[in-house]
Design a protein around this ligand. Structure first.
Ligand SMILES: Cc1ncc(COP(=O)(O)O)c(C=O)c1O
Length: 496
């Protein structure tokens, strides 16, 4: 193969080459490059995208066994991210987390992971038949925000569980704080354990010196990036990077085959290829602009009465070794709104949609796709929200909320006792009991208020009265609970 440069886009070029060749297609997808698609959708999305919605025929390589342009594109990605090997994912970082954990662990192995791990990690525990040891992340109780785990927590957990095989870390969090990855790397590798990083929220970190260090730069054994979350990859397009030899590549490739379709969406792969080229060639410039916009927005938001927008001022607090300044966590607690109400008002009245709402905050993402005009809309809308003097119950889907709930501090219950492994509980027979009377029983479901997607109960854990009260409060505040069959938690499934 001729040596490729970061300005090249081998996979996108291969797709275009097929289109230009005018080859008559007798393969999937059935819409045949748009011809068979109804006008209603075809006219809207356009023929170009449909012309490269192809399948893995000659010249277009095979994601599950890449030898041609997909392999070339993945090698360029590895080079751009400073990894030894990179893998393109078409099922998001969800598939990446599942593949990393399934590759590193054997049934019965212990893995250390933060309690605020994404549910894809929980599902990996179920599938891999492993035993989780949860590490408590640092929590800001006033803002009701979880941050990262500290190196001290990792060290103490490893001392308590020297038989753990791997350490899984989430950094950045949904709220933009990053862990002290360099210190964690030293601790984990000094004991020759495997370090896996869920860097779903950090696909951009590697490309700007004023952003916190990336997982590849500190020498993690493997990490995942949701390229689609904060860069220009299309939804579901993510990457997995691997460094060194602690993660068995053959096994990783086999595991990825379990989690990825045999008919990947090739447009997504093209978007990964072009996104990597974009970041390698102009990433620093684009991110410099995004950072400037974010810094200006943060300054203006913090000047509004009743609004707080956390930022680098928080660095140094436990669990915040660094901060991604492109994240705008807007705390509305002092306005007397919940984040859910603020989200609804911002959307319904000012036509601004944020990424996430929780009890006290809304989170807006600023990316390389923002402009001064888009940021002005957000800041102006929050400014209007801060001036709102109309009664809030007309916006709140669940009616007026308890003032205590909206202004008070809020404690996430301690991590419950693990009685049986997540897999044993998840696959076991169950009985359904009233949730409010379930204290003492062993849960077989995942119970995750979403967003941000942090499980409060996992399969195999003993339900406590504190957990019940906490979840009932979340429900009262209008939080959507994901995981249990009865999402309103009238009942819960437990071991018989
Ligand atoms: C921390 C974290 N990890 C992993 C994921 C899953 O990523 P994806 O949506 O790319 O599958 C998410 C999704 O929100 C996440 O927040």
């Amino acid at each position: 193969m001729p040596r490729l440069r970061q300005t090249d886009t081998p996979y996108f070029d291969a797709l275009r080459h097929y289109v230009d060749s005018g080859t008559q297609s007798f393969h999937t997808p059935g819409h045949k490059q748009g011809v068979g698609m109804h006008k209603r959708l075809r006219d809207f999305i356009g023929d170009n995208v449909l012309s490269i919605d192809l399948t893995q025929i000659r010249g277009l390589d095979d994601l599950n066994q890449p030898e041609g342009p997909i392999l070339e594109a993945m090698r360029l990605a590895a080079q751009a991210y400073g990894a030894d090997d990179s893998y393109f994912l078409v099922n998001g970082s969800t598939a990446g987390n599942q593949a990393m954990l399934m590759t590193a662990l054997r049934p019965g192995d212990k893995v250390l992971l933060p309690r605020n791990s994404h549910k894809s990690a929980t599902s990996a525990l179920i599938m891999s038949a492993t035993r989780p040891v949860y590490m408590a992340p640092e929590v800001d109780h006033d803002l009701h925000i979880d941050h990262c785990v500290t190196p001290q927590t990792v060290e103490a957990s490893l001392a308590e569980h020297p038989d753990a095989v791997a350490v899984f870390i989430t950094s950045p969090t949904y709220y933009g704080s990053t862990a002290d990855l360099a210190a964690i790397e030293r601790i984990v590798h000094a004991r020759d354990k495997i370090l896996l990083i869920d860097e779903a929220w950090g696909p951009h970190l590697h490309f700007h010196p004023e952003l916190p260090p990336s997982a590849t730069s500190i020498g993690a054994d493997a990490c995942v990036n949701s390229t689609h979350k904060l860069l220009s990859g299309m939804s579901q397009a993510s990457m997995l990077h691997a460094i060194g030899d602690r993660v068995d590549r053959g096994r990783l490739r086999s595991t990825l085959r379990i989690f990825q379709s045999t008919s990947p969406q090739l447009v997504l792969l093209a978007s990964l290829d072009v996104c990597r080229m974009q970041m390698a060639t102009e990433g620093k410039t684009l991110l410099t602009r995004a950072l400037a916009l974010a810094r200006d927005a943060r300054r203006r938001l913090n000047a509004l009465p009743g609004i707080y927008c956390m930022g680098p001022d928080q660095i140094g607090r436990p669990g915040i070794a660094g901060y991604d300044e492109t994240r705008l966590v807007i705390t509305v607690k002092d306005l007397g709104y919940t984040g859910y109400e603020a989200e609804r008002i911002l959307r319904m009245r000012y036509n601004v949609q944020v990424e996430l709402a929780d009890l006290f905050n809304v989170v807006a993402l600023l990316t390389i796709g923002d402009t001064e005009a888009s940021v002005a809309k957000l800041v102006d809308a929050v400014g209007e929200l801060a001036r709102e003097d109309r009664p809030i119950d007309i916006y709140a889907p669940t009616g007026v909320l308890d003032r205590r709930l909206k202004r008070g501090t809020y404690r996430i219950p301690p991590i419950p006792e693990l009685v049986v492994t997540p897999r044993e509980a998840f696959l076991s027979d169950y009985v359904e009991v009233p949730f409010k009377k379930s204290a003492g029983r062993v849960c077989v479901e995942v119970v995750t208020p979403y967003p941000p997607g942090i499980p409060i109960l996992c399969p195999g854990e003993r339900i406590t009265q504190e957990t019940i009260e906490y979840l009932r409060l979340e429900l009262k505040a209008g939080v959507h609970i994901q995981g249990p069959v009865d999402e309103r938690l009238g009942t819960i499934r437990v071991l018989p």
